[in-house]
Every structure is written in C-alpha cells, then in structure tokens.
Design a protein around this ligand. Structure first.
Ligand code: AGP
Length: 604
C-alpha cells in the first residue's frame, strides 16, 4: 500500500526520492508525488499514475531535502489533487502519510469552521493544517502537539520550508524506518527503499517521533520522553530487490523456493532427537507440553497457510488446532484460551488486521507468537517471539516463497510439539527426512514449468474455475483459487470436494474447468469419485496429484513427487502457483502488480 521516502543530505534529493519510490512500487499504489525545498519554497509535483509519469514531470532540482509518496486511495479518488504530499494553506508545511486518520471528518469540520479551505478529499491534508497552526519552538513540538488530537494510524514525514535542515517523522501503526548514511539520512516506510544506500537502519516504535537531520536523528515519544535507539543491520542486499534476469518478481520468487526452504530449515532440524529447534519461540519443553490447543491467525493466503499448519499440528502433535481469518478475530469478542498457543502468520508483518488480532490477544492475556518474514516488522515486534520465515524479500503481490516457508515452519513447529508428546522418534525422523527432501522435490515440480504453461494456456479462456480438495487438499485448493483470482482475474472458487454435490455441481459444464487436488492418501477413491462426477457433466478436469490414478481419468494430470504424506500440501501447492502464473501471463496481466491489490494491507 502507500509508500514513503524522505531524504536529507548532500546530494540532489529528487533522484534519491524517485528511485526510492520505484523500489516501493511493488506495494501497490495509484498516484505519486514529491516535495522538495527550493529557494525557500516547497515545490510539489504530483501525478495520478505511475512513478515513471511522476519522473517525467519532475524538473532538475538541486534541493538536498525532500519527501515523496506513493498513494493507495482510501479517502477520495486517485487524482493529482489527492496525491501526497499535502500542504497547509500557506504552503509552509508539507506532509506525506501512510495509514488512516479516523477522526479526519471531525478535524476537517473544526478546521473548516476556523476558515481553512481544503484542496483535497484526503485525511492527510488535515495533518498539514494542524501542524502549521501550532505555535511551537520546534517542528517536532508542533508535530507532537498536532498529533495529540489525532486518532488513527500513521507513519508520516513532515517538511517545513522554514526549517529545511530537518524532517520530523512519527509512527503509530504504520512503519517508519530511518536509514543512516554518511552525512546523509534516508527515511522510508519499507527497508526496500533504503538498502541501495545503507544497511544501517532504525525502526521507529509506535508512539515515537524523530527529528532527522543530515547528521543523524533523535527520537522521543508522543509524550516528549526521549528514547534511545540502536541501529540494526538489515540482512538483505539491494540485489534481493532486483529481477536478476527474471521477467517478473513472481517468477523469480517461485524459482527461489528450493533455496528459501533450505534457509528456513538451516540449523533447525535435529537428526539425533528427530525434532526441530525453534529457539525464537522462547518455549521450553514444559511450556510446549502445556500447550493445549493451537490457533493460527492470518489473512488471505497466510490464513490458508495457517490451515495447513493446523492440520500438521493435529496430525503430528495430536492437539486440537485450527486457523481463523485474523480480519474477523477482534470483532467477534473472541474467547481467549490461556492454555492455547496463538500463531500470527504474516509475510509482511504489517497486515493491520493480523496486527490488531495480536494486540487483542495480548490485551486478553493470550500467548501469541509470530510466523513472520520481515524482521523488525510491526507484528514481529508486537509478538516478541516466534519463527522467522527466512524466505528473503518478497516483492510480488502474489505470495509464493513466503507461503511455502510458512508451511515448512509450521511443519517444524508441529514436529517440535509432537516430539514433546507422543510422536515417536521414528515418526519424527521420517518428518525430518521429508523436510530435508523438500528443496529437491520443489525443484522437480518447478522443472515441469513448460508442461504447466501448456495446460494454463489451454484453459486461460475460462471465465470461472473450481478448485476442489478434501481434508489436507482443501487448503491447497483454497490457495490455488486465491492465486488464480489474484493475478489472472478469473473467477475461481474453492470447495471441499464432498460439498460439490450439495449445490455447486449445478454450475459444472464444458466451460467450467475444475482443478482437483488428489494427495496419495486414504481419500484417493473419494477424489476419483468427485472427478467422475465432474466429468459426467462435461466439466474439464485438471488433477494435481502424487497418487496413482487410472489412465484417462482427467483431461490433464500434473504430478508432484511423493514425499512424506503430512508434507504433501507443500508440494501440491507449487504447481498451482505455476498454473496461476502462466494463466495470467497468457492473458497479458501485470503479474507483479495486480489491479486493486497491494502487497501489504495496512488499512482495514
Ligand atoms: C497472497 O498472495 C496475497 N497477496 C494475500 O492474500 C496475502 O497473503 C495477505 O494479504 C496477507 O499478507 P501478509 O502475509 O503480509 O500478512
């Protein structure tokens, strides 16, 4: 979603800001803008459209301080007028903002009554007017005073033309990270915009402000209490955010899966005791044994990965487990079980609904750990303990390698929970071996690319598709449908295979292909029955399987290697990524930036 970049230093700010915005494009946006201070004035350039359109509009400018933004519309349509940065009425203060000001309407009404004329429909413009009205000794004090009356979430940067040597940033619910350079400072909402310049970063906490100059920064709380921050070194290099010869990031990230899985497993599997080591959980064997139940909470595909995790925990540890969409959790006044282990699942670590679920759990005394990819992210920090996914930076909106690593991490969690209970050493060893085999097996599925591309092309004309699965195949089917919808815009619905005949079967005809997930488990015969029901009504069938099936059963069969049955969902998901990818590609879609979607969903 929205992206922020800021710069203060010795170089012309505009190219640094535009390059930073380019690196945040993957988050999804609809308009972009830049503000720099030149000859004592703030010069703002904005456009509804892409960052490249903004770049074409920008004149050469020697200004060495500036702020920039990519906007994903929430209040008001995507337009030049609504794009950030926003100015106060005198043009002295400019603001870029991520998040949502919840009492914006009320603040707008008060300001309007005081004679302020708004030029945009945004909630952000309120902030520019509020800061400019404060009669304070420092810009930081003005921002602090303005924020006292503000409710909602923000990551923001404020530029004041009368103090061009500093920028003030503040964070509440939307990330802000400072990048430390040599005589220059960078500001962003995401490290992706900084790693080209520095790997020394400081993450602001909620309720913190910072005054940033070219020489450094000082932080304090909204209540004006000084805080001290220790810079951290980000692992990722600038290359991690480059295509490196691939046509798009989704393709690159799918190809990286064998390596990403190997990274997630590194140092965590214990052959001797046939278990896993997950030191980040902070749970000793007694605490692990005390867990009576596990609940996974995530949104979208992270929720489906959580469903796969719940199945693994039930299977290997024999304790009740389930998954729930994090977006619903806090609104249904959940009963928080003190004996349960809650797992917040998120690639970005920024998803606001998942973060809110974690906060609700903590408020009610629940024990929550994170399964998060982005180190230093809000969910990782709010949880304080958990499992990092180690998938490496994921840029494409359609998540692939991070989801795979979620399930791999849940398999290790389930193994660990199982081995402090009744899972035998032999069964544990089987899972360890199965996990070790995964990178090579995923490699083999990926090698089927051309064949899956052929199948995708054959069915790319379909307007609707079913994805069907039973038990362990059910979350796989859900994830397959999700991937197809997201990037190809084909309507795809996932059903538990047995539910088909209770209604949806009425939709099956020659124009409604079904993708059926058939793991080599006890339910193969049932799944064959489902396929026959679809075929009998003229519906084309694509099967994803590692089972032995009768010849001629389906129109297309995509095979994956047979591994340990509990890990089947991981392998069965990979062809569905390729199927969605090649369908979207055949339809000429913008694969990395599907319409209407954002990589990190930081608004409700
Ligand atoms: C996955 O392909 C989707 N883009 C989406 O459903 C995503 O999984 C969801 O928004 C959760 O994101 P998170 O993992 O960053 O929390």
């Amino acid at each position: 979603m929205c992206g922020i970049v800021g710069y203060l230093g010795v170089r012309p700010a505009t190219p640094v800001l535009v390059e930073g915005l380019h690196r945040l494009e993957y988050r999804g946006y609809d308009s972009a803008g830049v503000a720099v201070v030149r000859d004592g004035d703030i010069v703002v350039t904005k456009t509804a459209g892409r960052v490249r359109d903004l770049r074409d509009k920008l004149a050469d400018n020697p200004a060495t301080v500036g702020i920039a933004h990519t906007r994903w519309a929430t209040h008001g349509e995507p337009s030049d007028r609504n794009a950030h940065p926003h100015l106060d009425a005198t043009g002295r203060v400019a603001v870029v903002h991520n998040g949502i000001i919840e009492n914006a309407e009320q603040l707008r009404a008060q300001l309007t009554a005081d004679g302020v004329v708004f030029v945009s429909e945004t909630d952000t413009e309120v902030l520019a007017h509020l800061v400019a009205r404060e009669d304070a000794a420092t810009l930081e004090d003005a921002v602090r005073a303005a924020l006292r009356g503000v409710e909602g979430t923000y990551g923001l940067v404020v530029l004041d033309r009368s103090r061009p040597g500093e920028l003030v940033v503040a964070r509440n619910g939307s990330p802000i990270v400072l990048g430390i350079g040599d005589g220059e400072m960078f500001i962003a909402s995401d490290v992706a915009a900084l790693v080209h310049h520095t790997q020394q970063v400081v993450f602001l906490d909620d309720g913190e402000l910072a005054t940033v100059t070219a020489e450094g920064f000082r932080t304090s709380t909204v209540e004006a209490r000084r805080t001290s921050k220790t810079p951290t070194t980000v692992e990722h290099a600038a290359d991690d955010y480059e295509l490196g010869g691939h046509t798009d990031f989704m393709r690159k990230e799918m190809a990286e899966q064998p390596e990403a899985i190997a990274r997630a497993l590194r140092g965590r599997l214990d052959e001797r005791f046939a278990t896993a080591h997950l030191g980040g959980l902070g749970l000793d064997p007694m605490a692990l044994r005390a867990v009576k139940r596990v609940k996974f909470l995530g949104c979208g595909s992270a929720y489906y990965a959580g469903q796969m995790g719940a199945a693994l925990v039930e299977e290997l540890a024999r304790i009740p487990a389930d998954a729930e969409p994090a977006s619903e959790f806090r609104y249904r006044n959940p009963v928080v079980d003190p004996d349960a282990l809650y797992v917040a699942v998120s690639q970005s670590g920024e998803t606001i609904d998942t973060l809110a679920a974690v906060q609700e759990l903590r408020r009610k005394g629940g024990r929550v750990i994170g399964a998060v990819n982005v180190v230093g992210s809000a969910i990782a920090r709010e949880c304080g303990s958990g499992v990092f996914l180690h998938a490496g930076p994921e840029v494409s909106v359609a998540s692939t390698k991070a989801l795979t690593n979620m399930t791999v991490s849940f398999a290790m969690l389930a193994l660990l929970l199982g081995r402090v209970r009744d899972l035998s050493a032999a069964a544990g060893a089987r899972i360890v071996t199965g996990l070790r085999a995964l990178p090579g097996q995923v490699e083999r599925v990926l090698a089927d690319d051309a064949e899956i591309a052929r199948i995708a092309k054959r069915y790319a004309h379909a307007r609707h598709m079913f994805f069907l699965g039973r038990v362990s195949g059910w979350p796989v089917a859900r994830e397959g449908a999700q991937k197809l919808k997201e990037i190809s815009y084909i309507h795809a619905e996932a059903y538990q295979a047995a539910e088909l005949k209770h209604g949806p079967l009425a939709l099956v005809d020659a124009d409604m292909p079904s993708v059926v997930i058939v793991p080599a488990d006890d339910l193969v015969a049932k799944n064959i029955g489902t396929i026959e029901q679809v075929k009998a009504r003229g519906g084309p069938v694509i099967v994803i399987t590692n089972a032995d099936l009768p010849d001629g059963l389906a129109d297309e069969v995509i095979r994956v290697p047979r591994g340990e049955p509990e890990l089947d969902p991981i392998l069965l998901t990979i062809p569905l990524q390729l199927l969605a990818y090649h369908t979207a590609s055949a339809l000429g879609r913008d694969i990395d930036k599907p319409r209407n979607l954002a990589k990190s969903v930081t608004v409700e």
